[in-house]
Write a protein that binds this ligand. Sequence first.
Ligand code: NAG
Ligand code: NAG
Ligand code: NAG
Ligand code: NAG
Ligand code: NAG
Ligand code: NAG
Ligand code: NAG
Ligand code: NAG
Length: 308
Amino acid sequence: MPTMSLFFLALCTPALAILDYDIRAPAPNPLWRRGSSRNIPPAGFYDPRNGNGSWLTSVPDTFPAGLGEPLNAIISASSDPLVLVDQQTDGGMRNYFYAVGFGSECLGQHDGSNQGANLGDGNGLQNQTAVLRWDYGDPVFGTCTETVEGGNHIRYWTQNGKEADSGAIFLAVSYEEPVADDHDIIFDGYNLGRDWMVGNATNQSSLVPTTQVTNGSTFSGQISYGGYTYQTDVTYLSGLLPNTSIGVNHNLTVSSNTTNALDGLVAVLNIKVVSKPTSSAFALSPTRPWHLLLSALLSIALPVILSL
Ligand SMILES: *[C@@H]1O[C@H](CO)[C@@H](O)[C@H](O)[C@H]1NC(C)=O
Ligand SMILES: *[C@@H]1O[C@H](CO)[C@@H](O)[C@H](O)[C@H]1NC(C)=O
Ligand SMILES: *[C@@H]1O[C@H](CO)[C@@H](O)[C@H](O)[C@H]1NC(C)=O
Ligand SMILES: *[C@@H]1O[C@H](CO)[C@@H](O)[C@H](O)[C@H]1NC(C)=O
Ligand SMILES: *[C@@H]1O[C@H](CO)[C@@H](O)[C@H](O)[C@H]1NC(C)=O
Ligand SMILES: *[C@@H]1O[C@H](CO)[C@@H](O)[C@H](O)[C@H]1NC(C)=O
Ligand SMILES: *[C@@H]1O[C@H](CO)[C@@H](O)[C@H](O)[C@H]1NC(C)=O
Ligand SMILES: *[C@@H]1O[C@H](CO)[C@@H](O)[C@H](O)[C@H]1NC(C)=O
């Protein structure tokens, strides 16, 4: 483990961080269909429980068995259709999360276990589409720092099965400890992770007050990346997620006898694109051949090093 940490830290040195190419994200979700005629429900998503789903993920191999993590934020299906597409280009969801401060995993390597979610859309339990990690201000290598140092991270699933095809994106947000502590979740880390994500998404100058948010609380603001500016309006809703510690993964460390692991609130994000790049000058793409070469070499080297 120390060898791996050192390697990641070496990757995160400033000399490397100035590279401006984009680590390729996993392939876009093939289930998304441009121009599909979805019925967007008034709430912007369907309640998974109406289709035998759950607001808790399914974490493999927990003790006791069957613990889950909260789907504590949603990108509403009423958002700009551009943002509901899992891609980097055209102002897609990956570009939005760059604006928030999250990137795809360190050098495209998936670290950590898969979690399943049943969004009640007829697709049953599905592993997360991917994991996004806080990028510490560095969209290229910052998520490597997150993998080692811990920080905020997001698993996500799209509600797109035949039974409830809203197109909303469900997020499980939590703030994890360093890899040396086995990536446990920090105290109150589900509620805090959600609120720090919301704080960044709405460009707040002060923290979202986690102990004071309640059903109907709202936060709004604008952020931008790659020439796209996004307006995000967040509304907190209760009555969906349970307000409890029972059945929640890591509940011993995230809760106390006065703070539930889950406060029972889901943050619903309604995102609009308010401006787009005026020229291709903002286009995010690999610019120089040696960047591509280095990226390819690292992608080959990393799995080898991790397996040592
Ligand atoms: C409901 O979901 C549970 C857990 O995901 C699954 O075991 C069960 O088979 C599902 N039942 C139906 C009727 O789909
Ligand atoms: C989810 O990932 C696990 C490995 O972590 C794999 O065994 C399982 O088949 C996957 N489930 C689905 C539905 O793809
Ligand atoms: C933005 O996220 C970072 C990392 O999780 C956090 O330290 C910071 O407090 C957040 N900002 C706001 C305004 O919530
Ligand atoms: C975010 O907020 C800061 C100051 O609070 C402001 O300078 C900046 O323009 C805002 N970003 C956007 C995209 O509006
Ligand atoms: C939460 O507030 C909304 C209005 O924003 C209301 O429609 C809903 O009934 C409230 N939910 C609960 C559980 O009180
Ligand atoms: C969650 O439950 C606690 C008591 O355990 C209560 O103080 C709090 O108001 C509840 N939160 C919501 C959003 O209902
Ligand atoms: C954690 O969840 C388990 C399983 O439901 C439960 O037995 C236990 O009491 C919970 N622990 C806490 C601290 O809430
Ligand atoms: C809550 O926990 C604290 C220590 O964390 C303890 O001193 C206190 O007695 C507990 N209160 C109850 C009602 O169990």
